[in-house]
Design a protein around this ligand. Sequence first.
Ligand code: XMP
Length: 430
Amino acid sequence: MKQDMIVILDLGSTENATLARAVRELGVYSEIHPHDISAEELRRLPNVKGLILNGGENRVVDGAPVEVSSELYGCGLPMLAIDHPTARCERRLEAMPEGEALREFVFGACGAQANWNMKNFIADQVEQIRAQVGDKKVLLALSGGVDSSVVAAMLIKAIGKQLTCVHVNHGLMRKNESESVIEVFRNQLHANLIYVDATERFLGKLEGVADPEQKRKIIGGEFIRVFEEEARKLEGIEFLGQGTIYPDIIESGTKTAKMVKSHHNVGGLPEDLKFELVEPLKQLFKDEVRSCGLELGLPASMVYRQPFPGPGLGVRCLGAITRDRLEAVRESDAILREEFARAGLDKRVWQYFTVVPDFKSVGVKNNARCFEYMVIVRAINTVDAMTASVEKVDWDVLERVTERILAEVGNVNRVCYDMSPKPPATIEFE
Ligand code: XMP
């Protein structure tokens, strides 16, 4: 480990992640650890230059105040306490330090070097991956999403052909998405890539299924089965690469957090398929994952990809999926993405996509009545996907998108724009 580190001890603050980010923005690496870390555990962390005791509204748990173990006071590291802090700490602040106050502590009191950058991070991870994996083999489910793509690029750099990537095309990918995974990873980065076209299998299982939750269950379950079948065909794999990132770990709960969300990882693999995990991004925030991907040479289009649900276009082809409507979703989505990119909206709007409902409406084409599908365009902005506001898309852009969808997508005679914020509407329709 080449970087200096500031350790943030979680004493019940809801702002641990914000503080960790603020320290990293100064160019100094930081990690959040539980308040009851022992002096021994702290000593084992590399290059720690100082501690921030981050108190806050969850400072009292089950009637008892949260306190660090007293041996930490003798550890000799500079300490800063925030919010109702313990009297034993010399440096105390009422609120989260920003700007000069934080800079003074990190660089002045702790004497940390601003040496946290992606080049150093990648060099560290490559070293750690090689030490962990040795000459063994690693398997990775490569969806083409940002996190799995960056993990793949990192593992290719560290262990090359000892990595096997499996890309499962469930037939619900966006236009050219699987093709670009193959192009980047097989043709450019020379990865061992197994491409499984499971389109027929997924569409078969989904036939006639209209209930959104049922659809999601089928897609998720089938995905694990296909991946498992591929994993069983390979020999001597001991490790599983995974795109866990820092918010997954923070959100999975600290000892003081009141809101706990379970940590989502690939999971669901049968007991007898036991792997040790390799998670080289588990200390990175999302924007750091993107910088890491760019540094590893991935194309910007992959690194800045908008969020895309695991069940893919399956939840945008509403109700029971039919091939003609799935094609309409895929083609209209491609048109929307092209036009948003042309208008520069792709860099500003958080998420934008199309859906096709499972009913038709009356229209007129070539002087004759037609009865065809409708495309709904949705474009939203959000910070955390818990709430979302509708993007006020320029009228000319909407007109152009509409013209192109009506001209280029078969079986469609109507285009609508979804004006609903979240809540009450969710971002996706199913
Ligand atoms: P909702 O529809 O719940 O979506 O407002 C919030 C965000 O989550 C994305 N989403 C998913 N992402 N797997 C994912 O990885 C899923 O099953 C899934 N469902 C929704 C959605 O696109 C939006 O960004």
